[in-house]
Design a protein around this ligand. Structure first.
Ligand code: HEC
Ligand code: CU
Length: 349
């Protein structure tokens, strides 16, 4: 029987999970409509695959230990339960048994050694893998609360949505990622592609991925980094070789700056340029995301909102409406100025 307060708790729990489902639903509607579920049990890249197999092994060993220990407990509970004819005297007291003590020391040590060796093998295989020629190099820099991605081989910078080529296991074309931080600790985690690697100020970390299937892989900052840590989302777009080349070619171009001279003038004469870069203009700021090809991204503000005209307008008017506590100030533009700047941003393909 569930007691009254117990019932209430159950009802509340059901309510909370409904509310959660509803939020998750609207989140999905708000974000671009890809299947956005990070999952460590569906790896799609060699490092994630190695981690997955190791996890299954470790979990099986733990499950076996659980079953043995739990069965012994249940056995002891039943076999030595209090009986009606119990006379209340102490059971026999047994001190010291070399066999038993050896067994419960040696067996656990062996189990630990096996788990240690299995983990060491996977760590070595992932961390010391040789990168083939033709590896894509990316530098990822964690910022409060967004990601900067530099492509040093190509000479451009983008933000929040990392594009990489798909990697055929027969002819691997992996991506090597150098991880750094501009401010505090962050952690790069896309569960289907690789394990977590931290981005630490004054330290350079490394990781690599070789996604086997095209598509969008989601992840997020996995190290608490401040107010908007939870909205420091991460998308890895795995492109076919043709799509990747197309994307690269576009990113390397300066944007087509056409009819929206008014919005551009406002953008370039406002503090926007102190924080943002638009290639080929006087905007060279690096405090915020590079906006050169803003419209080639599906989301803004590190996945916090879809990249639509309405959201862009809202963002410029009041970044806090989308990401409270983020490090872009509301610039106090007039309504017509906001319209003009939004129109300008919409041309940055
Ligand atoms: C003090 C620096 C600063 C100023 C000034 C500033 N921004 Fe930002 N901006 C940021 C930061 C930081 C972010 C990233 C916020 C986040 O995602 O947490 C950002 C994000 C953005 C984004 C979203 C980009 C993306 O890909 O996610 C747009 C668009 C943008 N700013 C436009 C503007 C415009 C237009 C102006 C001028 C009216 C402006 N910003 C002024 C710092 C600034
Ligand atoms: Cu972070």
């Amino acid at each position: 029987m569930v007691s009254e307060p117990g019932m209430a708790a159950l009802v509340m729990f059901a309510g909370a999970s409904n509310a959660f489902a509803a939020t998750a639903g609207s989140m999905r509607a708000a974000l671009a409509s890809e299947p956005a579920i990070p999952n460590i049990f569906a790896p799609s890249s060699t490092p994630a695959d190695s981690i997955y197999h190791l996890s299954v092994f470790v979990l099986s060993v733990c499950a076996a230990i659980f079953i043995v220990v739990f069965s012994l407990i249940v056995y002891a509970l039943i076999r030595f339960r209090r009986r009606a004819d119990d006379d209340g005297s102490e059971p026999p007291q047994i001190y010291g048994s070399n066999q038993v003590e050896l067994a419960w020391t040696v067996i656990p040590v062996l189990i630990i050694v096996v788990l240690f060796l299995a983990s060491a093998r996977v760590i070595h295989a992932v961390e010391d893998a040789e990168m083939p020629a033709g590896t894509t190099e990316v530098v990822a820099i964690g910022h409060q609360f967004w990601w900067e991605f530099r492509y040093p081989q190509q000479g451009f910078v983008t933000a929040n949505e990392l594009h990489v080529p798909v990697s055929d296991p027969q002819h691997p074309t992996p991506t090597h990622i150098t991880l750094m931080s501009a401010d505090t600790d962050h952690s790069f985690w896309v569960p289907k592609l690789a394990g977590k690697v931290d981005l630490i100020p004054n330290r350079v970390n490394n990781m690599w991925i070789d996604p086997h299937d095209t598509g969008v892989y989601v992840g997020q900052c996995a190290q608490y980094c401040g107010t908007q840590h939870a909205k420091m989302l991460l998308r890895v777009v795995v492109d076919s070789p043709q799509d990747y080349e197309k994307w690269l070619a576009n990113e390397k171009q300066p944007p087509q700056l056409d009819a929206v001279a008014n919005g551009r003038r406002i953008f370039e004469s406002t503090a926007c340029v102190n924080c943002h870069t638009v290639a080929g203009t006087n905007a060279h700021g690096t405090f915020g995301p590079d906006l050169t090809h803003l419209m080639s991204r599906a989301t803004i503000a590190a996945g916090a909102a879809d990249n639509t005209k309405e959201n862009l307008r809202l963002w410029i008017k009041s970044p806090d409406a989308i990401k409270p506590g983020c490090l872009m100030p509301a610039m106090q533009l007039t309504e017509p100025e906001i319209d003009a700047v939004t129109a300008y941003l919409l041309t940055l393909h």
